[in-house]
Design a protein around this ligand. Structure first.
Ligand code: GAP
Length: 609
């Protein structure tokens, strides 16, 4: 997709999200707050459905996974043990002109001409020097030249400095001949003007991409020096050079960036009334660590045996340097994480022998090692994505290279969704060894060991971690569902129908109920009765306003998979055989069929579960 098309599609999706109440900018009435998003009525339903379905699939439908709901703020030692305090950081650079912040490793390499300056001085100094150079009486001119040479030469552009040097040389020649004896008054005047002129000695440079007018580089540099207090900057020490594949410049305006600095992404706060170092706490940057910290408690109460898992859904916070792509990279988001604890390979192999290389990975076996479990969870997670409408073709996989892996990780695969702005991570599935539990054992002094009754041995379990982001998944589901289709309306006009083809399982509203006409009380009463019958089983929306075609379109945009219309046939006015039947419209095919009211609920339930 071309960049324009990507932008166009994303713009339409963002606009639909706002128009239909899926996603709003947080604090919009105050201009918004970057990296924070609110879910409106439809978004809240969609999110709830996705989380509930994940929870069901991960815990309720399995015997070997239990749930946890931990606090957001935890003991700060947790983050020391996990390594977040020391290493959870990104390299950050700031634009020297606009102060906009970027992640250094996300800047696309650029090539072009670099215009560099050693500083700038205000026009007032230039004017004074020029005036001095035009002075007719040679005495003050020569005297001044000698006096201000050291002062002025470093502060004026090179062509003026050159003229100054010539003047000074002339003065020296004349003085040697005994011609010049006085005339220092104007020299002091010039000295004062130059030294009082606003100037900046800060060096700066601007990247000019090929084909761009050099004036734009000067314009950027002018703004930079104006910000540093030089009202009418004249550049000093200008040089132009070619560069290739540099990441030192702001891709948006060519301005030089600061040197990269490491920036810890955890949000800090204080617990209690005193804002002191010992009261510092963090908003959790991932839900996973609470699972490790509660491993022993959960193990004791749940009567689980390794291999087993603990999962959690909850908020996570990261002070992202550059939130972007709508909700994709936010500062407050939700995660759905599973920590699945397994036996160390040496224990399994000693007791049961290693599984064959071509082992069937569809059903867990007692002799599986970390590689089998890792692949198993990748498959499970892909099946789950398929079950909510993200088919395999819409996904991609990225196996992290050895040099990209965290030092403790044995393997990590990212499941990517092909967003309009590129294939990007939805979920990471990592084999983390025993790193986390071992770290908490070390930092807390509490044992994290498990006694394996079968193997008759104690060990710190290893972990496979499928970790997904709820907000990213929602964005993927909305992008995936978004369709524009040409249709013909009731009057024969061609129009474009915007439809969100959500899987019925996760659709915010499952069925909309419409009386054909709102001014016919019998139709309205029957429609309300149908709504009441369905309401206890699923999310129902009742709509009586406007032409029926318009009402269908509204529900298409909301992603409602089914529409039920109560018409005169329902009332039995077209014959007794159609009495108490309704029209059931399918959102995707737009096909309509007649269904008995009594059969509606089981029929719909079958589709939405
Ligand atoms: N416990 C492992 C962990 O947190 P991660 O790859 O940093 O791993 C897991 O995060 C998932 O959380 C990501 O795949 C993504 O879906 C989601 N996520 C991470 N940072 C996010 C952000 N800034 N905004 C939205 N989702 C994010």
């Amino acid at each position: 997709m071309t960049e324009a098309k990507v932008n166009d599609r994303m713009e339409k999706i963002v606009s639909l999200c706002k128009r239909r109440g899926f996603i709003f900018q947080s604090s919009e009435i105050y201009g918004g707050i970057n990296g924070f998003w609110d879910y409106g009525p439809l978004g809240a339903e969609l999110k709830r459905n996705v989380k509930e379905y994940w929870w069901r699939a991960m815990t309720q439908m399995r015997d070997d996974v239990v749930g946890l709901e931990a606090t957001i703020i935890m003991h700060p030692k947790i983050w020391e043990a996990s390594g977040h305090t020391s290493t959870f950081s990104d390299p950050m650079v700031d634009c020297l002109l606009t102060k906009k912040r970027f992640r250094a490793d996300q800047i696309e390499p650029q090539s072009g001409k670099v215009y560099s300056f050693s500083g700038a001085i205000d026009e007032a100094a230039i004017k004074a020097v020029e005036k001095f150079l035009e002075e007719r009486d040679p005495k003050p001119r020569f005297a001044a030249a000698a006096l201000v040479e050291s002062l002025v030469l470093g502060s004026v552009p090179s062509y003026l400095a050159e003229q100054m040097r010539t003047e000074v040389q002339k003065y020296i020649d004349e003085a040697t001949k005994g011609v010049v004896r006085s005339g220092f008054g104007p020299a002091f005047e010039l000295k004062r003007t130059v030294s009082e002129a606003k100037q900046s000695k800060e060096s700066y440079s601007v990247l000019l991409p090929p084909g761009k007018n050099p004036l734009s580089a000067y314009k950027v540099a002018k703004q930079f020096y104006q910000q540093r207090g030089v009202p009418y900057p004249n550049f000093l020490g200008e040089q132009v050079s070619e560069v290739a594949n540099t990441t030192r410049y702001n891709p948006e305006n060519g301005s030089l960036l600061t040197e990269p600095r490491q920036f810890n992404l955890m949000f800090k706060t204080y617990v209690g009334p005193v804002e002191s170092e010992e009261n510092v706490a963090y908003l959790r940057p991932e839900t996973a660590q609470a699972i490790f910290a509660q491993f022993k408690n959960v193990l004791e109460v749940s009567r689980q045996k390794v291999p087993f898992g603990i999962c959690q859904i909850g908020k996570a916070f990261r002070n992202e340097i550059n939130p972007r792509n709508f909700t994709f990279r936010s500062r407050e988001f939700e995660q759905m994480e599973l920590e699945f604890f397994i036996k160390p390979d040496e224990v399994t192999q000693r007791t049961l022998g290693a599984p064959p290389p071509d082992a069937d990975l569809s059903a867990p076996q007692p002799n599986w090692g970390w590689q089998e479990w890792h692949k198993y969870w990748v498959n499970e997670r892909v099946k789950w994505y398929e079950s909510i409408g993200l088919d395999r073709d819409s996904l991609d996989f990225y196996w992290q290279k050895k040099e990209e892996l965290a030092h403790y990780a044995k393997a990590t695969v990212d499941i990517l969704y092909k967003f309009p702005f590129g294939a990007q991570e939805l979920e990471g599935i990592a084999a983390r060894g025993d790193f986390d539990l071992a770290q908490h054992q070390k930092f807390s002094g509490k044992s994290m060991e498990y006694f394996d009754e079968e193997a008759k041995v104690k060990y710190v379990p290893h972990v496979i971690e499928p970790s997904a982001g709820v907000d990213r998944l929602l964005l993927a589901l909305i992008c995936n569902a978004y369709h524009e289709e040409p249709v013909t309306d009731e009057k024969g006009n061609r129009e474009t129908r915007v439809v969100l083809k959500f899987h019925p399982r996760i659709a915010p509203i499952k069925v909309a109920v419409f009386p054909l006409l709102k001014n016919r009380p019998e139709l309205v009463a029957k429609a309300l009765e149908v709504r009441e019958r369905l309401r206890s089983e699923m999310a129902v929306y009742y709509d009586e306003a406007g032409a029926i075609g318009r009402r269908y379109r509204r529900q298409d945009e909301a992603g409602t998979p089914f529409g039920v219309t109560i018409d005169f046939e329902t009332l039995g006015e077209q014959g007794p055989e159609l009495k108490d039947t309704v029209t059931l419209r399918d959102r995707d095919t737009m096909e309509q069929r007649r269904v008995k009211i009594g059969e509606l609920a089981p029929l719909l339930l079958e589709k939405i579960r």
